[in-house]
Ligand binder design. Structure first.
Ligand SMILES: [Ca+2]
Ligand SMILES: [Ca+2]
Length: 82
């Protein structure tokens, strides 16, 4: 039983970290990108753009919203620039 419960905890940690918020953006490590964190990462970032990306309007960008924004070309991932 002890092995089972520690395995369950490990699995939930893996799922949480697989959301994939880049640490360069998520500077406080909460797994979400706030407007302030995005503005620090992207100098041209605007509140209008933030509201466009924050599709569930909770005030934070999660991993799904971030990848959707990258796919839609709203955010340019500078790593792809080379
Ligand atoms: Ca954060
Ligand atoms: Ca959101």
């Amino acid at each position: 039983m002890g092995i089972f419960s520690s395995g369950a905890i490990l699995a939930s940690l893996v799922v949480f970290s697989s959301v994939g918020m880049p640490s360069e953006i998520d500077t406080n490590g909460d797994g979400l990108a706030s407007f302030e964190e995005l503005q620090a990462a992207y100098t041209d970032f605007t509140e209008q753009l933030f509201q466009q990306i924050d599709t569930n309007s909770d005030g934070y960008i999660d991993g799904d919203e971030m990848s959707a924004a990258e796919e839609a070309g709203l955010i340019i991932n500078e790593d792809d620039d080379a």
